[in-house]
Design a protein around this ligand. Structure first.
Ligand SMILES: [Zn+2]
Length: 282
């Protein structure tokens, strides 16, 4: 097997040699040994993740296409799933799980959404709306789940997010979506609807906002979260989260964050936080 170059790795040389050797044998090990080796490499993750999206690559180093949020816009290019600092050979030769373990980098998890005008004359599939989930308020994501991930105000906001004029290279401004909104605006009493892929959204949340994923898991089991302004001990108004559930007696309490409320609700309901979703496919 040919040696793999790790150009993104800073020196020192010993770490580099170790990772090179590891990548060579990884494919030949059984699952147990593989896990032992990957665990042993964990301390080096800090070193391998130091490199951020490289400003010297404003375009994809593989195919020359534009980068949006660090990903190549050409969906056939491997860098549409990986950031530019990953050596090409790694995703070509190893499973996504191994590449993630070796580099500390995560394979992109796409969240697709479908948007259509009320009359369905215009239908657009948006390849990845994960950017919305990065910035969304927790209550909006909870509302999206409560409305089966579509046809609600939060879902509308997902579509509108990508129609906004954003910072260059940050927003995936979708020309097809812009055309759809132009069509809708041009017709009296015409609206639109957006449906987000629930499975993909949950996979993304479990990876990047795991406590919000846990809160949704609680919500699926009948928990209702709410945020209200209450007075603290000194009489100052503060915002607190609370939760209720018809199925359990023990409940209540006020929490500073939704995370805390979700954690407590999950304990009472006996729900376990699902492990971080790894790369879903190779
Ligand atoms: Zn590319």
């Amino acid at each position: 097997m040919a040696k793999i170059d790790f150009p993104f790795l800073p020196q020192p040389e010993p770490v580099r040699s170790l990772l090179l050797a590891a990548s060579d044998v990884l494919g030949q090990l059984n699952e147990t040994s593989r896990q032992v080796l990957l665990d042993a490499l964990k301390p080096f993750e800090r070193i391998t993740t130091q490199v951020v999206e490289s400003p010297e690559h404003p375009v994809c180093k593989q195919c020359g296409s534009a980068l949006v949020r660090g990903y190549c816009v050409d969906s056939t290019c491997l860098y549409s799933d990986w950031t530019q600092d990953i050596p090409r050979e790694l995703p070509e030769r190893y499973s996504a799980k191994d590449v993630e373990a070796l580099t500390g980098r995560a394979k992109r998890i796409r969240v697709r959404a479908e948007v259509h005008s009320d009359d369905r004359a215009m239908e657009v599939v948006v390849d990845d709306v994960a950017a919305w989930f990065e910035e969304a308020r927790p209550e909006d994501v909870l509302a999206l789940d409560a409305h089966d991930w579509g046809g609600c105000e939060a879902a509308d906001d997902v579509a509108l997010f990508f129609a906004r004029q954003g910072i260059a290279g940050m927003h995936d401004e979708n020309p097809a979506l812009a055309a759809l909104f132009a069509y809708v605006r041009g017709r009296r009493s015409m609206g639109f609807e957006c449906q987000v892929d629930a499975g993909q959204a949950m996979a993304w949340l479990r990876r990047w906002r795991p406590m919000l994923a846990l809160a949704i898991q609680c919500q699926v089991h009948g928990v209702k979260f709410s945020r209200a302004t209450v007075k603290d001990t000194s009489g100052q108004p503060v915002e607190r989260w609370s939760w209720t559930c018809d199925h359990v007696i023990t409940q209540g309490g006020l929490y500073v964050t939704l995370d805390d409320a979700a954690r407590q609700a999950a304990v009472v309901l006996g729900l376990r936080q699902t492990p971080r979703a790894g790369a879903s496919s190779d």
